[in-house]
Ligand binder design. Structure first.
Ligand code: UD1
Ligand code: CA
Length: 448
């Protein structure tokens, strides 16, 4: 079997995106376009992966640093044929598969079928499809089973523009045909060296290019505009959501965005407008209420998250109730049966089993024992303007409403803290702590 190298073209700015960011770094469901292409390219048994970078290469190369690819630079974007030539110092006799950095949905099985056809035909082969709206794509001019030419959108006549057979940009060039690249000129409206012109050049040298037809146009969508990016996001979102539904997850509408890689157990119900991203796993029988944002969290079975909760970097044990309107920040662990209610913010804190903070609190840098009740308005004063300090609270503590805990401070087990107390000193086990200015009533006083 012929050995293979892959070259991914990703040097263009993407003018039509009207953005400063290189096009291939725009994201579909949280991952840059180029990330999808590199992932599929890594799955087909190629010897080497090359990515041609240029515009905004610092950010593209930083993203690719740990992806097992070699980046080659195209300093000026002189067209797709020129981009491919930029990698030619690296070619060592392998055939070349060209992928485009802005065609991210292509699947492994499709490429394997394509490569199988290419190896058997031994020709230059372009992957083609038919689309209802071919505008923007190169139109494929067929002559029997060979491609006589590919007409770029900018060059096409009105009649050619009606052709629905388009070039996906994905092509295979046997090592022996790479020399043809040199014969490609830039005699066109954009003054670029088009890789697609290799068909004409090959025909003239008696090495006619072939077309491989793939009938799923969604898979070879090229993203050129913000509108195209939106369509791609919707497509990817729907694909991910369908996969979860097939595994027994209930999604209450199409607005839910779940990034690839998130795991969700069966009989979990997710309401509208939730965003679930990063390294997140959610157990079985969980309810996630509307408009909740969950990132990098591990959530166990039977947890109830009411709506409008924001949580990132949180571990949640079974039977916890959260929200509505709670904010849970990094390094927070909620034990079994914990309740965190409305307008409670928790950061870098552990709340052990059965503890409740139902309303209006800030809990930062705390370690809280079992079955503690945190009254409304409790604030941990964890920051002295320079350093953060911890608050330690034992088991079975009752923290009265509007308590301030000035950290560092330790509260023992079975403590009762009176409402309105400012805790500045440690409280031993079993004590009552109150710090309150005595109320004075002035008899017979009336406002003038
Ligand atoms: C290209 C094809 C077109 C095809 C379409 C499929 C050519 C000439 N045209 O058109 O036939 O229908 O893709 O989506 O090949 N790039 C470089 N260096 C350059 C120019 C481009 O690396 O000098 C990269 C871009 O970053 C991009 C890819 O090549 O990832 C395609 O370039 P783009 O300008 O988007 O080509 P299209 O006009 O879409
Ligand atoms: Ca394109």
């Amino acid at each position: 079997m012929n050995r293979l190298d892959v070259v991914i073209l990703a040097a263009g700015k993407g003018e039509r995106m009207a953005s400063k960011k290189p096009k291939v770094m725009h994201e579909i469901m949280g991952k840059p376009l180029i990330g999808y292409v590199v992932e599929v390219a890594s799955s087909i048994g190629a010897d080497h992966l090359f990515v041609v970078t240029g515009y905004g290469r610092e950010s593209v190369e930083a993203f690719l640093a740990d992806k097992g690819v070699t980046c080659v630079v195209q300093t000026e974007q002189l067209g797709t044929a020129h981009a491919l030539s930029c990698a030619d110092d690296h070619f060592t006799g392998n055939d070349i598969l060209v992928l485009l950095g802005d065609v991210p949905f292509i699947q492994t099985e499709t490429l394997l079928g394509f490569l199988d056809f290419c190896r058997r035909s031994g020709s230059i082969v372009f992957l083609t499809t038919d689309v209802d709206d071919p505008s923007g794509y190169g139109r494929v001019l067929m002559d029997g089973d060979t491609i006589s030419d590919i007409r770029e959108d900018a060059e096409a006549t009105e009649d050619e523009k009606k052709i629905k057979r388009i070039n996906t940009g994905i092509c295979y060039i046997p090592f022996g045909s790479l020399g043809l690249l040199e014969q490609i000129g830039a005699d066109n409206r954009k003054g670029e060296r088009y890789l697609t012109d290799i068909c004409k050049v090959a025909g003239n040298s008696g090495k006619a290019a072939k077309g491989f037809f793939h009938g799923i146009p969604e898979e070879v969508l090229g993203i050129n505009t913000q509108k195209g990016l939106l369509e791609a996001n919707i497509l990817m979102r729907d694909m991910i959501n369908e996969a979860h539904m097939a595994q027994g997850v209930t999604l209450l509408d199409n607005s839910i965005c779940i990034e690839k890689g998130v795991r969700i157990g069966r009989d979990t119900v997710i309401a509208s407008h939730c965003s679930i991203t990063g390294e997140t796993s959610i157990g079985e029988g969980v309810f996630v209420g509307p408009c909740s944002i969950i990132r990098n969290c591990v959530i166990s079975d039977n947890v109830v998250i009411e709506g409008f909760v924001s949580m990132e970097g949180v571990e949640v044990k079974e039977d916890v109730k959260i929200g509505p309107f709670s904010r849970l920040r990094a390094k927070t662990v909620l034990g079994r049966g914990v309740k965190v209610g409305n307008f409670v913010e928790v950061k870098n804190s552990v709340l052990d089993d059965g503890t409740k903070a139902s309303h209006l609190s800030y809990i930062g840098d705390c370690s809280i024992g079992k079955n503690v009740n945190i009254g409304a308005g409790t604030i941990t004063c964890n920051y002295d303007g320079v350093n953060k300090h911890r608050t330690l609270i034992g088991d079975n503590v009752f923290v009265g409403s509007n308590t301030e805990l000035i950290a560092p401070v330790t509260v023992g087990n079975d403590v009762l803290i009176g409402a309105g107390t400012t805790v500045t000193r440690d409280i031993p086990d079993g004590s009552l702590a109150v710090s309150r200015v005595r109320q004075k009533n002035v008899a017979g006083y009336r406002r003038k």
